[in-house]
Design a protein around this ligand. Sequence first.
Ligand code: F6R
Length: 234
Amino acid sequence: MKKIICKTYNEMSWKAADIVITAVKEKPGLVLGLPTGTTPIGMYDALANAYKDGFVNFSRVATFNLDEYVGLTPDHPQSYRYFMDKHLFGRVNIKPKNTHVPDGAAADLGAAARNYDALIEKSGGIDLFVVGIGQNGHIGFNEPAASMPAFTHVVELTQNTIEANSRLFNGMSEVPLKAVTQGMATILRAKKILLLASGESKRAALEKMESGIITLDCPATLLNLHRDVTALLS
Ligand code: F6R
């Protein structure tokens, strides 16, 4: 794993955007895996600015987001589809039909999850997967557990995640208890992974990941199985 320590959050965000832009220049039809959350907002701002200034063209890029809350429709302000439209998709020239976020409001969540994996397969798989990390070491919403499905699935959120994410809702009782997430197998099949982490609250999970011991108690440790991970830390 390649580790790059950045002095500031802004530096981390610009470096992350630079890696994405370079990848899009090398492969204009890049298939990107993307996270939501507080951490990637600076990277999305940097990408939107780079697009505005003519440095990057997203017209052939396809994206597959990591996860979505169960029960939230795309027009819900806390849904991850809403987040992505606001922070990135609505600010660059990506084609809406090429942007994918798991459907957390599907009547048949299992079928929607299988369809999501099939779409990723059909696109040729993910070239570059940008991921964040939870305080508890989750990647996407692959929460610490004794076992976990390899591919896209519905998951019950842990108390730690509900508490951490309640800052964006009007209280804990409004945070959905379940989410749909891509599985660790899809994440690990990406050609390249870029992990973004900022702040003290992520230190314990990062230390476990960097220990090199693999355990499902800290799903981020599974990233040690991949040969091309860059961690940008601030
Ligand atoms: C969100 C996601 C989560 C976040 C993680 C960190 O799509 O997949 O795993 O990356 O919870 O969130 P922030 O960046 O808000 O600390």
